[in-house]
Design a binder for this molecule. Sequence first.
Ligand code: SAH
Length: 375
Amino acid sequence: MICEISKKCGGCQFINQDYQKSLEYKNSYMKALFKDFHVAIHPIIGMHNPYGYRNKVIVAFNKNYEYGLYQEHSHHIVPYSYCLLHDELTDSIIHKIALLLKKYRVSIYDPRTCKGEIRHVLIRRSYTTKQYMIVLVSTKTMLKGSRNFSREIVKEFPQVKTIVLNTNTRDTVVVLGEKETVLYGKGFIIDYLCDLSFKISAKSFYQINHEQCEILYKKALSLLSIRKEDIIYDTYSGIGTIGMIAAKYAKRVYSIEKNKQAVKDAKINQAFNNLINVYLIQDDAGEYMIHQIKQNVSADIIIMDPPRSGSSLEFIQASCQLGPREILYISCNPETQIRDLKNFKNYGYYFRDIYSVDMFPFTNGIESITVLRKH
Ligand code: SAH
């Protein structure tokens, strides 16, 4: 399969190369990166079918109702007719939306003049239930002909379970605004991940590649030896997924996440799954760990999954001081992970091997996992 616009779009770096070759490239990259550590580097876990994996797609339109991503550093849309990372239905729905916006003469937002209505369309898909959500991002709080618009979409695509109008009036690159109006359905879709159910709304944080996410979580948790009496800290926890999955094997899980919206989502899903031994805390992970030391508590297991910039020295120091038996470090940027692993070593925590998962095939992303233990 060939992508004809890859050079202009810039969304993925390896799309027109053999998938196995891209995995080999990632393996040698990891080997080179960790060469001074003398640890085992396990081959990256790839996908059987690496196409169509994205559960979330955002496109913008030009005034001719063509859609695609913005070219890097520009207001120019690179139009596409299909994207190899999207499933076919997602692109068919977007195509229909473009036709309807044109039909109902809904204007397109121009970021240069800040005039016009529709800024973006966001499609979310549940991999397990096959439910779809459409989010129309507009500068207005109403959509002309919204009832007919919704009716026409749902008639052709019964998989679309909800349609939301999100209003974003700010001059910003952030896609979603604060206000939401549900045009059709309940405003969320349901997905299942590692035996738990998740409600996904327009603004929810959620993993983009469902299949690989399950593999990542299962692999990561299998590296730990969780005991029934364990207290686990799931830090940089997002909507709390990893901690919630680990909760049934442990006594208690504390999930620490800085982002308010993510914690809100986590609380909804905690209730949805009736998880009584999970405690969701909105705080800076480093500050919270320092606070825990002052409270004189200890930790059995710490899970950390920081953003691309990695963790902080305060966090690492405080985590080691809490004396966990094991620290599971999941990273979306092996370069900052290495820096942090060196810091852990200074506090007596060592790792013996590195696993990695190809979470975003055809892009240069690598998700790497390791477990640190006290020497
Ligand atoms: N573990 C989650 C999310 C990982 S993404 C999952 O598997 O889905 C990293 C998360 O760290 C984001 O949700 C981000 O908001 C959060 N974060 C970033 N800096 C933080 C900090 N200093 N303290 C706590 N959380 C932080």
